[in-house]
Design a protein around this ligand. Structure first.
Ligand SMILES: [Zn+2]
Length: 402
């Protein structure tokens, strides 16, 4: 990824280029970036910049870390994008750029390491560089409620990977996404972060620095990303996502500096999820069985991917409602989501909202396993009715359960 593909953050790109030019990069950088501000894209583009042939100094012993080494200024303000190292970095396959990130265990993988998930990871970076942990775990989880974690096995792997010599570049880079998911295993990394092998750069990218182990936090040079401006989000919705200028303007105002949220809103609007959810709730709460049958018929005609997207959207709205009840504050979501969340909060409490969210997760699980769509959505409709009308939180297993 090139700097040009990272939305905004001009001052930080300049700062990173400056650190490189003066060999003043700290061995451990921590980018603190709230969701949707581009922490991961910035790390990816800086890594590519560092390995690019046009950027890296022609000196026999280039150094990132030694301010006394000769500083050969480069006029390149971005990686070239065409040299072999750039091409490898852009495909997330450069042998000296390593990645660590949260993973989940599954039937076939009981000791998860990032190397088990590289195919999915590269696709995620290509398709959703502004995605969050939820987006990533959705792609790799087998069980519902899987929590991503950077495992102790991965920490051992990091130590192994970084103890080897670099292959092509004069240095090795480890991009560690979500260090807040390290838990105690992180202590295995303290030594290597404190006394890193020569020419090794750690780039940690966190959404929530207060959850990072203090022992790791204290060893890092912290760079904080500001939220994006509404103008930056608006332009990129038009240029990258093909949104109409009027819609882009409206969504950018609501996104609160979070590009992921803006993308999500755009997708929901385009797919008509908002209308579909409203129709569903109306059929369940007001118009009755005939409208429910019609609604189930219609959603059953969509493909499985679309059905899963719709359920994800419903979970997003439920989470909005839960956050509103828990914090008393309105999260940054679209008007339509906020309206539905407010309505749900008048009807039910957090326990019921959580029960509904579990039902949506379970339904997603069955869709992935080729459940009969009509039966599934019919059963789901009844369950939603029971949770809302009867305030039930634990439901009997349905006929779609095994
Ligand atoms: Zn290049």
């Amino acid at each position: 990824m090139q700097f040009a593909q990272v939305i905004g953050q001009a001052a930080l790109k300049e700062k990173l280029r400056g650190l490189q030019a003066q060999n003043r990069i700290s061995h451990a950088l921590m980018l603190v970036a709230k969701e949707g501000t581009g922490g991961l894209p910035l790390a990816l583009s800086f890594a590519q910049y560092l390995v690019c042939e046009k950027v890296s100094r022609q000196s026999p012993e280039p150094s990132l870390f030694d301010p006394t080494a000769p500083t050969l200024q480069t006029s390149q303000t971005d990686s070239c994008g065409v040299c072999p190292p750039c091409k490898k970095a852009a495909a997330f396959a450069h042998p000296d750029i390593h990645y660590s990130f949260p993973t989940v265990s599954s039937k076939s993988i009981d000791k998860p390491r990032c190397s088990d998930f590289m195919v999915e990871w590269r696709t995620f970076l290509q398709e959703q560089p502004y995605g969050n942990l939820f987006d990533w775990i959705e792609r790799i989880k087998e069980k519902e409620n899987s929590q991503g974690k950077i495992t102790t096995y991965e920490c051992e792997d990091i130590n192994k990977k970084l103890s080897r010599k670099s292959f092509e570049s004069p240095f090795k880079i480890l991009i560690l996404w979500m260090p807040e998911m390290l838990e105690k295993e992180g202590n295995k990394l303290l030594k290597i972060i404190e006394e890193p092998p020569a020419d090794t750069l750690f780039m940690l990218v966190t959404e929530n620095e207060s959850l990072v182990l203090p022992t790791i936090h204290s060893r890092c040079q912290v760079i904080r990303l500001p939220m994006l401006s509404a103008g930056e989000i608006e332009n990129n919705l038009v240029e990258r996502e093909g949104a109409s200028p009027a819609l882009a303007k409206q969504l950018a105002q609501l996104a609160d500096g979070n590009f992921r949220e803006a993308q999500q809103q755009l997708q929901h609007t385009e797919e008509g999820w908002q209308i579909r959810l409203r129709d569903w709730l109306n059929a369940i709460l007001r118009t009755g069985p005939l409208a429910q049958v019609k609604w189930v018929e219609e959603i059953s005609k969509l493909g499985r991917e679309k059905q899963k997207q719709f359920l994800r959207y419903v979970i997003h709205v439920l989470e909005t409602a839960i956050r509103m009840q828990a914090t008393g504050q309105m999260p940054a979501v679209g008007e339509e989501e906020a309206a539905v969340a407010i309505k749900l909060n008048r009807l039910i409490g957090i326990e019921q909202l959580e029960a509904l969210s579990r039902e949506m997760n379970k339904a997603t699980y069955y869709i992935e396993r080729n459940a009969h769509a009509k039966m599934l959505f019919h059963a789901l409709t009844l369950r939603v009715y029971h949770v809302i009308q009867d305030k039930v939180v634990l439901l009997m297993p349905s006929d779609t359960d095994e």
